[in-house]
Structure formats: C-alpha cells, structure tokens
Design a protein around this ligand. Structure first.
Ligand code: SF4
Ligand code: SF4
Length: 317
C-alpha cells in the first residue's frame, strides 16, 4: 500500500521537556523546513497539523484537531510522540498528563494515543522518554511512565503494517529525527523498503553501532591514554563514558558537522540506551561495567591481529 496525497504529521508531547522539538529544529541534513516546504520531491506534501510547541493555533481550536483526527479527518497521518505516557490509573485525585480540552472533555494523553494509534499510518517514538520511558520512567517512577513501545506493545502494527519505530536519545541527534521520519514517509510513498529495526525497534541505519565504535577520539582508547579530569585529552571511559554500552551515532557530530558528545570532550552518559537513566547508564560519572571493556579488549586484540596479518599481504593494484 502506498500513499500519494498529503501526509499529515500529528506530534504529541507527553511527559517531556520539548528537547526533541528543539533538536528537530537543529537538523541540517535535511532541515525541517526542507521537509515541510517540499524541497525533497520524493517526500511529497507533508503538513504538520498538530504540534503543541510549534503550531499557531491554541486552546480549543488546537485540541479539536486531535478529536477530528480520531474521527478520520486527517487521514493519512503519522503519529509522532515526544515524551513518556503516564499511567492515569496511578493518579489519585487528579490527572497526570492532559494534552487539551474540548468543551467539558479533558483529553488525557493516554486516551489520545490509544485513539490515534487505531488509525495512524505509522507511529514514531521520538526521544528516550517516548521510546522507553526515559527520565520520567527512572526509578522509582511515581507516575508509572512508559514509552510507546511498552504502551502499544512490540506486536502492534500501524495502518501501513509497521511496528512502533523508536528514535531514542535525550534528545536524539537532530538528523536522526528527520532521517527516521523521512524514511517512514518514503516507505509510505512506496519509494523505499521498510528500514531494518533492531530488537528495540531502532532503525539500524541510525543505531547500528555503539558510540564507542564511532567515537572520533577512540584512538586514545587504543593507545591506552585516559583523561582523568574534564578538559584533559584522552579517552573519557575513566570519567564515566558509557559509549561502550550505548548504540548511538551522536559522538560523530551533533549537527552540520559540529559538536558531538565525546568529540567535544563530554563522556557519553547513555541517554539513548533503553535503561537510561537507571543503571548501568547511571551513576553518570561512574565507569561503565568493566565486563564491557573486557569483551571489547578481546575483540580489539583479535581485530588488531587480523589487521596486522592483512597488512602483510601485498595489495594488487
Ligand atoms: S570509552 Fe568513550 S571516549 Fe573512550 S573511546 Fe569509547 S566512546 Fe570514546
Ligand atoms: S553519544 Fe551518548 S550521551 Fe551522546 S547522545 Fe548518544 S547516547 Fe546520548
């Protein structure tokens, strides 16, 4: 099945800080504007019909979009969730998360997500909170926060037959957001096949490697040169880097070739990991589990040995 006309985006914010939205606005390859004004012909027309932080409408006019969407007025649409979903059955004498009001009706996030999930073409969990619960889900998790993957289940399928797609990070790298959303629009248009997902429903083309494998300062690790304090040149593993246990490409650069966590001297704190912010990603400045480094050392030694042997052979030109 492929979609030819306008594809609408309905972007909800639950238990979040709007950091994923800010990150989205920093995307460079392509930019959010490129996507929305049609600079990329294969994407076709995309309309952002609901976004609590970016849309000009407010109050009941804005909330009505959600009610109409549940009735089919905005089909086909991609549901984007930023932020975790609290468990309203744990709210005593109140409500944890409301996304709007229409007349006397209070729109709880939990109900809106459930209603929209019944007709969305695809559903994307943006950021670690929406993917796996993230910071609101951290122990002792008083609101029963969970991500979209837990809420809808690993077997859930969208109108296009797709599972929940997770784009974790706190926030995710800007280009990861746009490229993940863009790839799903291309799937909906029938241009590209469904991207391969890993066991945590992350697109492998974005999350297929650890921050350590992609780390631009991994040469220090190979040389055994550790940084012992912030600002010192060296591998950051001794001051808490969790890159060795975290699948993320943000260590390479943050946006447009600039920034990047370990590249700028910041130890990875595992914000894209499904366990974040609980152990083993925390305490943030404690070292990653030693076993991860032991395994990496054995793999690394074997890799060095193989590379050495490969260099002994003459190259045929
Ligand atoms: S431990 Fe961290 S800083 Fe050191 S090489 Fe791995 S990712 Fe880079
Ligand atoms: S490299 Fe680590 S800290 Fe940086 S965004 Fe990725 S998971 Fe988060």
């Amino acid at each position: 099945m492929s979609v030819s006309g306008t594809i609408n985006l309905i972007w909800l914010e639950g238990q979040d800080c709007a950091g994923c939205t800010i990150s989205t606005k920093q995307a460079s390859n392509p930019t959010l504007i490129d996507v929305l004004v049609g600079t990329i012909p294969a994407l076709g027309e995309i309309r952002l019909v609901f976004h609590p932080t970016l849309m000009p409408d407010w109050g009941e006019d804005a909330a009505k979009v959600l009610v109409d969407a549940a009735d089919g007025k905005y089909d086909p649409f991609v549901l984007v969730l930023e932020g975790a979903i609290p468990d309203e059955s744990k709210a005593v004498g109140g409500v944890f998360c409301v996304v709007g009001e229409v007349g006397e009706r209070i729109l709880k996030l939990e109900d809106v997500v459930r209603d929209l999930s019944k007709r969305c073409a695809a559903a994307v969990a943006l950021g670690s909170c929406a993917s796996f619960g993230g910071i609101p889900h951290g122990s002792p998790n008083p609101t029963g926060a969970r991500g979209l993957l837990d809420f809808l289940g690993k077997d859930w399928k969208s109108g296009l037959g797709l599972p929940v797609v997770c784009v974790p990070g706190c926030p995710p790298r800007p280009d990861n957001i746009i490229q993940a959303l863009g790839s799903l629009v291309l799937v909906a248009r029938g241009v590209t096949p469904v991207p391969e997902l890993d066991e945590w429903h992350r697109p492998k083309f974005l999350y297929g490697y650890t921050a350590h494998e992609l780390c631009p300062i991994c040469g220090f690790y190979a040389e055994g040169k550790d940084a012992h304090a912030f600002g010192e040149l060296g591998c950051l593993g001794g001051i808490g880097c969790k890159g060795i246990i975290t699948n993320c490409n943000a260590s390479t650069s943050w946006t447009d070739g600039y920034g990047g966590c370990t590249r700028t001297g910041v130890p990875c704190f595992g914000c894209a990991d499904p366990n974040f912010p609980d152990p083993p990603t925390s305490p943030f400045f404690a070292k990653a589990p030693a076993m991860a480094f032991v395994k990496e050392t054995f793999a690394g030694n074997w890799g060095h040995f193989k590379m050495g042997l490969a260099r002994l052979k003459r190259r045929k030109i």
